[in-house]
Design a protein. Structure first.
Length: 210
């Protein structure tokens, strides 16, 4: 009996890894339940698997709840779809979106084919690496992975960001010091200019350099 071994990772949490072994003849609904058992999520939310290529482009959809619209688009129900009927590559990639209202994204990859072990009840989680994020926060509010920020967004999120409306005195920046520095700079510039003029006069105008 052949067994599929899948590696599952959160798209936004690369250090959280789970591995699940499952029979090829078992369904995507069973894989769905095994994933959430391994990460501690409640699984009763609308979600879909998408058969993918090496670039994780979404293809055929296998969905938790098959609506008429999805059926017209070619999707099939998880509990009717055997995994082996959709595997086309020995390193098959599957993109998985869980809970469309507050989505979590996963990347799933077939990493090996194994011989089944007698007496083992499949599917089974065989590896846990990293602590999974919490599905829900306080009062049942889902915790959503932080979106990617622009390179300069951190300036708006740090205690050191400067508000243009805050007086400089409150930030410990005195305007007078800046003025004194500017005056000192002007004095130095004048001295350099005078010295340059003196040197130019001493050298004369008979320079043959090109």
């Amino acid at each position: 009996m052949t067994i599929y071994k899948f590696r599952i990772t959160f798209e936004d949490y690369d250090d959280v890894v789970r591995e699940v072994e499952i029979k090829p003849t078992q369904t995507f609904r069973e894989l769905h339940d095994a994933i959430h058992q391994s990460i501690g999520f409640k699984s009763e939310y609308a979600s879909s698997f998408y058969m993918s290529n090496d670039q994780w482009h979404k293809g055929k959809e296998i969905t938790y709840t098959l609506t008429d619209k999805k059926k017209e688009q070619g999707a099939v129900a998880m509990d009717k779809a055997r995994i082996c009927d959709f595997i086309e590559d020995p390193h098959q990639k599957i993109y998985y979106i869980f809970d469309f209202d507050k989505p979590w994204m996963f990347q799933i990859q077939l990493i090996s084919l194994l011989d089944g072990k007698p007496g083992v009840e499949y599917p089974i989680g065989i590896k846990k690496s990293g602590e999974a994020p919490k599905q829900f926060g306080m009062k049942g509010v889902p915790i959503i992975p932080s979106p990617h920020h622009d390179d300069h967004d951190f300036l708006n999120e740090t205690e050191y960001a400067i508000d243009a409306e805050v007086p400089l005195e409150e930030l410990g920046l005195e305007g007078e010091e800046g003025e004194e520095e500017e005056e000192e700079t002007d004095d130095v510039s004048d001295e350099v200019e005078d010295e340059f003029s003196d040197n130019e006069g001493a050298e004369g105008g008979d320079d043959d350099r090109y």
